[in-house]
Design a protein around this ligand. Structure first.
Ligand SMILES: Nc1ncnc2c1ncn2[C@@H]1O[C@H](COP(=O)(O)OP(=O)(O)OP(=O)(O)O)[C@@H](O)[C@H]1O
Ligand SMILES: [Mg+2]
Length: 478
């Protein structure tokens, strides 16, 4: 039998790969996945408006890449071995995410703090289209744009720069006010998106990674906790761990406080989330602590006003990627059928409790809400889960204005049953009556923590106190 090798058309395929379904914020998040995997502690995103010469740049202080590695990174289908908990999977994200937004991608990288060598490669869609060849360009000396290499003069790491932003700035007047405003609006939207998607990393609560500091035009992105675990009145229901396709998925349900029960109006508004209360109810699916989906009941329920206080995390690790049908843009997952079956009962319980709370039934008949806490990482298969929407929160612009007011914390739910939802032993008691207004101590603590920018820390401290010293916590209305 004769063989014939059919090499894909570089021009056609590269252009087709622009439309895999990324939106702007998810495209940037895909690049930050790479930075996280490279061990970065800092990621800085810069929006630079300059009409048709505008650019967007992502700088990290991760391990960086050698020249050969940068070239390999530019290949569609990078050859790569992944470690447990690595966020990469397909060897495509850098290219597909970038091409979804721009025509020219430049990557600069430096690995050695003692040597000033900076390797630069460029993937230029115009070049590929014109030549129909799988070629990248090596840039040396003055060919390398200053904003691309400047961040690497002082430190190691990687810079990805997007130019020719045809999918972002397709305005008739590229210098016009609309174009500039649009770029600023994108920066604001990105702020909210990253605060949510990388919330656990920013808070230092991701289980296998160090704390991540993200800035947009120099302003820090704050973590957003969908489960508002720093709020004294949040209620965590029993956590379940469900076997799926040889791994485990952890389900941590929460009933978040009703508006009247929040410690402050600002905290309530911030807790609303990018898509607001109704649409932020539902599952938050986390893959290796990175949020993939935020809100929605994945066709198990509808988003009803009466259940809007119900939110739950679903956490899995990449060993379950196939079961969750993770896609290239990592923007959505499908819940495996065997998981849906196991979730039916606990989801029904969660919605029932959320409805009671919504109707104000909390005062009379509810047991004291269980305090939230972060359960120990499950073994053998870890979990995580959440879904990212793409907007919400406060303002930030290309030249950032202000910053989000409150930071949420992350903690888990109760203890972990084995395949079945079970109440955490340490939390089963304490049915004492609950005061309906947030107690003064709790509110004062909350506000002080906000002012000090330490809401995350307060959430953790309260978790600990409720778990270890429930009597004291109760006495002070915590
Ligand atoms: N910021 C970075 N720092 C260090 N290495 C990087 C960086 N960005 C990309 N790389 C390298 O380039 C490779 C290709 O990245 P790319 O995002 O295209 O694919 P991936 O991360 O392996 O998989 P996925 O398609 O799931 O994102 C990565 O596997 C990594 O080795
Ligand atoms: Mg990647």
């Amino acid at each position: 039998m004769r063989r014939e090798e059919i090499i894909p058309s570089a021009a056609r395929l590269t252009n087709s790969l622009r439309d895999l379904g990324y939106d702007f914020s998810n495209a940037i998040a895909d690049l930050i996945d790479n930075s996280v995997t490279a061990g970065a502690g800092k990621v800085g995103i810069t929006f630079h408006f300059d009409g048709p010469e505008s650019w967007i740049r992502i700088v990290d202080d991760g391990s960086g890449m050698t020249g050969a590695s940068v070239s390999e990174a530019m290949r569609l289908g990078t050859a790569q071995d992944y470690g447990e908990g690595d966020l990469g999977k397909f060897g495509l994200g850098l290219k597909t995410a970038s091409l979804s937004q721009c025509r020219r991608i430049s990557v600069a990288s430096r690995t050695d703090p003692n040597r000033r060598t900076i390797e630069v490669r460029r993937l230029d869609l115009d070049h590929v289209t014109a030549t129909d060849r799988w070629e990248i360009l090596h840039l040396t000396g003055a060919e390398r744009p200053e904003p691309l290499i400047a961040p690497l003069r002082e430190s190691t790491g990687t810079v990805v720069m997007w130019e020719d932003l045809d999918r972002i700035l397709s305005f008739r007047d590229p210098w016009g006010g609309w174009a500039q405003k649009y770029l600023m609006a994108l920066a604001e939207q990105l702020d909210r998106h990253l605060g949510m998607v990388f919330g656990r990393f920013i808070s230092g609560l991701a289980r296998r990674r160090k704390k991540l500091h993200i800035t947009i035009n120099g302003t820090p992105v704050e973590a957003w906790d969908p489960f508002v675990r720093a709020e004294p009145r949040v209620e965590s229901l029993p956590v379940g761990e469900f076997p799926v396709a040889g791994g485990l998925v952890r389900f941590s349900p929460f009933v978040v406080p009703a508006q009247r029960e929040f410690s402050s109006d600002a905290a309530w508004r911030r807790a609303s989330g990018p898509q607001n209360w109704n649409r932020q109810q539902g599952f938050y699916v986390y893959r290796a602590d990175r949020m993939i989906q935020s809100g929605g009941w994945s066709r198990m329920r509808t988003q009803d006003e009466h259940t809007k206080l119900a939110r739950a995390s679903l956490e899995f690790w990449p060993d379950l990627d196939d079961a969750f049908e993770i896609n290239i843009s990592k923007m959505r997952v499908r819940l495996p059928e065997e998981l849906r079956e196991q979730l039916n009962r606990p989801v029904a319980d969660l919605l029932k409790r959320a409805q009671e709370r919504y109707r104000g039934g909390d005062k009379k008949k509810s047991p004291r809400p269980r305090p939230p806490s972060e359960p120990p990482p499950p073994s053998p298969s870890p979990n995580g889960g959440a879904t990212p929407p793409s907007a919400g929160g406060e303002r930030r612009g290309a030249e950032p204005v202000g910053k989000p007011s409150t930071t949420g914390t992350h903690g888990g739910g109760g203890s972990i049953g084995n395949g079945v939802v079970s109440p955490p032993a340490s939390r089963s008691g304490g049915p004492g009556p609950r005061v309906s207004a947030p107690p003064a101590v709790a509110t004062a603590l909350q506000r002080a923590a906000e002012r000090a920018g330490q809401s995350d820390a307060l959430g953790l401290i309260l978790d600990e106190l409720r778990r270890e010293d429930p009597e004291v916590a109760r006495e002070f209305g915590l």
